[in-house]
Design a protein around this ligand. Structure first.
Ligand code: SF4
Length: 333
């Protein structure tokens, strides 16, 4: 089902003089790990498998690799998005091998969206390779398709990750709606950052749906948490320690702004965020400068507000709610 592409792996092993590798993969791709292990063993490379969580290309297990003396990491399921290699990393992107589940949805998509519409399109790394083919089929059915720019977090044109929808933002003025190929998670992210309707196609579940009404409800909850935060005094500003989630400057900037607003602020580090860690600390609210999707997806697990930096700025009167939601600045830390 997935293409496990070992192109250039031999060269990487030779060039970096790799003897021991830590293999890292998100949950859904763990059944593919034995293929990588076998490939490495055949080349006399010792392979050790990480059981830690693996959320994105922001989450490279450098510390784990260092702890076991690995001289390289094979990271599966994500495309490289930042150049912070403390230990050499080889990315196995695990794209899907078969475009048919997506292509079989063309008629359904054209029915739902309607002829004559201009659509911005984006896909997760697993589907990104089939974007042009899919766009071509939609064009044949009278739908105009625009694929926006890449960014430093999305190295492929049309690619989306949970915190970056540049391919949609960059064409936002020209489109009627957008179409995200992936899951609800990516649809929600896109919809939080664009005022236009967002449709999500999940080819594996054979579903297409408009996600904007769910996002409207979600935003009502976010507004309520902002109000709670406004009345809170003791605030913790969270600094992510995962390599691609470290926003130390943002955290200090937020601390200064919040103090000017009369809050009492401490800085805290966070690796894996869970409710027990925060709920036992003496803070009435948090600003999360680590992965922005934690605030969106996990808020209900916490008893205090877990605001995005943009939301904390709204609470302090530095940004306006109506200018921030449905814009790219909403998710940016
Ligand atoms: S959404 Fe979160 S986990 Fe995903 S790439 Fe962005 S920071 Fe990393």
């Amino acid at each position: 089902m997935y293409k496990i592409d070992f192109n250039n792996l031999d060269e990487w092993i030779r060039e970096k003089r790799i003897k021991r590798v830590l293999i890292q993969a998100p949950l859904g791709l763990r059944p593919q790990i034995p293929l990588v292990v076998r490939y490495l063993k055949e080349r006399n490379i010792e392979a050790i498998i990480s059981t830690g969580k693996c959320w994105g290309a922001c989450d490279i297990a450098y510390w784990e690799a260092e702890a076991i003396g690995a001289d390289g990491i094979v990271h599966m399921g994500h495309a490289k998005f930042a150049n912070y290699d403390e230990i050499p990393v080889f990315y196995v992107e695990c794209r899907l091998a078969d475009p048919n589940p997506l292509l079989e949805m063309v008629d359904r998509v054209s029915e739902v969206i309607g002829e004559g519409k201009i659509v911005g399109i984006g896909a997760t790394i697993q589907w990104v390779e089939f974007l042009d083919l899919f766009a071509e089929k939609l064009r044949e059915r009278g739908i105009r398709v625009l694929t926006g720019k890449r960014s430093f977090r999305t190295p492929y044109r049309g690619q989306v990750v949970g915190c970056d929808y540049t391919c949609i933002w960059s064409v936002n003025d020209k489109i009627d709606c957008s179409l995200i190929i992936g899951s609800r998670f990516h649809g929600i992210g896109a919809s939080l950052t664009t005022p236009k309707p967002v449709y999500v196609i999940d080819p594996e579940l054979k579903k297409i749906r408009e996600i904007s009404s769910e996002v409207r409800e979600l935003l009502k909850c976010r507004y309520a948490w902002i109000e709670t935060f406004r009345n809170s005094r003791k605030i913790g500003v969270l600094i992510g320690v995962k390599p691609g989630q470290r926003k130390i400057h943002t955290a200090y900037r937020m601390k200064n702004i919040l103090e000017e607003c009369g809050k009492e602020v401490d800085l805290l580090t966070v690796d894996e965020l869970d409710a027990d860690q925060l709920d036992n600390l003496p803070y009435e609210g948090y600003v999360n400068t680590a992965c922005p999707r934690l605030s969106i997806e996990d808020q209900m697990k916490f008893r205090t507000p877990l605001l995005l930096p943009s939301e904390a700025l709204i609470a302090c009167g530095k940004l306006k709610w109506e200018n921030t939601i449905y814009s790219r600045r909403y998710l940016i830390s």
